[in-house]
Structure formats: structure tokens, C-alpha cells
Design a protein around this ligand. Structure first.
Ligand SMILES: [Zn+2]
Length: 274
């Protein structure tokens, strides 16, 4: 069994601040330690269910938050910036399952450190009319390759958001967001046990899971922070202006829709104020 783990950081138990999850932050060392513990718990769960090959795609910020030699299970490590398929880089149809680890709520949700790819440019995304976070957007790539998303970890919001797009997903909540910068966390040891057990349970029935099945053609409605970002977004082929700050992307190919969205994310960065 081949398992692909897409690793974010804001949804890890113990994390409530950018200082804990951005390089140079005064508490980044603690954040990395907490992250590694949860990644290794997911790897242990995958191995318990029979995984023989595990790829860890580091998908947070600079995308090099993990010490490769400390990864359990001799997992391979995909790291570094400017990956064309970003949080899903490396996935292909040879994988049996995807795990979303340390994921956070969409920008329109009051979860800890909520955002949707770029908190300073994107104020909401709806996929097929439903609010989508990174889990829903990333599900488009899993859909393209026909790989089920078996489990997601994070706060009490992220599971429900993922479940709209990932049928049968195992939801593993490791903390309860109180506001965008506060949460009540499980003890890291308890969080890791739940992740290990939840991932093992989800992968033990992987044959009965189906890949995401967003209705096609699919529509992405994206609200941006300023009208000039919306104007710039229309430079991407197929992007249509729907309002002062709103644009719409529509495609019958899920991977192409995802890539158009990522292009829009990269492009609008130039207009984000420092
Ligand atoms: Zn992140």
C-alpha cells in the first residue's frame, strides 16, 4: 500500500500562533517538534494498516519544516517551495490513499489560523457553491488521480469542511478552536495516539473508500481582498469577473481547475501589501 501524506501545520495540537509555524518565529522550534510528532503518528498508523511506501509532502510555508532523518517508517520527503501542484505535489495514480495532516479551517471559518492558501489575498472560496478550504481544493487533485482521501487531522472545523468533498473521510480532531488565535488542545501524546489509531482505522478499509467526486464541470467562486486582485486574476485564462472582488473559474477537468486556482494564488501575491 502506498500512502501520500500532505502536511500542513496550523492544525497540529499545541499550535495557535504564526510565531509557532513560521521560520524565524520565536516559538518555531516548538511548532516543528509538535508537527514531527503528529507526522510520525500518521506514519505509524499507515504502517500498522500495511503501508509499505509513504511519501510526506511538506506543504506548509517554506515547505521544509521537518528533519528528514527523524521521519518514521523510512518515509520519503518532498520539500521546498514552488511546487507546481503545491500541497498535492507528488501524488499520482499509483497511490492507494491520501492523508491530510495538520490541516486548518477555511478563511471564512473561525478556526485557529484559518485561511485558504493566502490569507492576505483570498477572503473566501466556494467549490460548487459550498465553502471550500484547502482540503476541498486539494481534493480536486486526488479526484484527478482517482485516489481516496482517507483521513484528515486538525481542529473541530476542518473535518466537516473536508467531508463535503472527500467521501467517507476519517476525521481526527486534536484541538478545539476557541477563536482564530486560541484553542483547547489535546495533550500531544493523546493527539498522536488518536492520529495513529484513526489513520490505521481509515487505511484498514481503504478498498471501500471512493475518491472525491466533485460534480463536473466544477465551479470555483473566489473572493479576493481588493478589486485590483480580482482584475489581475482575470489575466488567467478562463477566469471571469463576477463582482468588485469576486471571480469565477469553471472547468470540466479537476486538475486544470486546481492549477488555474494555484496560478491565481501566485499571481495575486504581487499585490499583497508587505
Ligand atoms: Zn500552512
Amino acid at each position: 500500500m502506498k500512502v501520500f501524506i500532505s502536511v500542513d501545520m496550523e492544525g497540529v495540537a499545541g499550535i495557535v500562533s504564526w510565531e509557532q509555524c513560521l521560520a524565524g518565529g520565536d516559538d518555531y522550534a516548538l511548532g516543528r517538534e509538535l508537527l514531527l510528532g503528529e507526522v510520525n503518528a500518521a506514519i505509524a498508523g499507515a504502517q500498522a494498516a500495511g503501508a509499505t511506501e509513504i511519501c510526506v509532502n511538506d506543504a506548509h510555508s517554506q515547505m521544509r519544516n521537518l528533519p528528514p532523518a527523524a521521519l518514521a517508517g523510512r518515509a520519503s520527503y518532498l520539500s521546498g517551495k514552488f511546487k507546481p501542484r503545491y500541497m498535492m505535489e507528488g501524488l499520482d495514480s499509483s497511490y492507494d490513499a491520501v492523508v491530510f495532516l495538520g490541516y486548518h479551517a477555511a478563511i471564512a471559518t473561525p478556526g485557529v489560523l484559518s485561511h485558504t492558501y493566502n490569507p492576505r489575498a483570498i477572503t473566501n472560496v466556494r467549490l460548487g457553491g459550498e465553502v471550500a478550504g484547502e482540503s476541498g481544493l486539494n481534493a480536486l487533485v486526488a479526484q484527478h488521480y482517482g485516489v481516496p482521501v482517507a483521513a484528515v487531522t486538525g481542529d473541530q472545523y476542518v473535518g466537516g469542511e473536508a467531508a463535503r468533498f472527500c467521501p467517507g473521510i476519517e476525521v481526527i480532531a486534536v484541538k478545539e478552536s476557541i477563536s482564530r488565535y486560541a484553542a483547547h488542545h489535546l495533550h500531544p501524546e493523546v493527539a498522536r495516539e488518536r492520529i495513529r489509531d484513526g489513520v490505521a482505522r481509515a487505511l484498514s478499509t481503504v478498498d471501500s473508500l471512493v475518491p472525491p467526486a466533485v460534480a463536473l464541470p466544477a465551479t470555483l467562486d473566489v473572493d479576493l481582498a481588493s478589486p485590483d486582485m480580482a482584475e489581475q486574476a482575470t489575466w488567467v485564462r478562463g477566469v471571469e469577473r463576477t463582482g468588485e472582488r469576486g471571480v469565477r473559474l469553471c472547468d470540466d477537468e479537476p486538475l486544470r481547475l486546481y492549477q488555474s486556482f494555484i496560478t491565481l494564488v501566485y499571481l495575486t501575491r504581487s499585490l499583497v501589501e508587505a
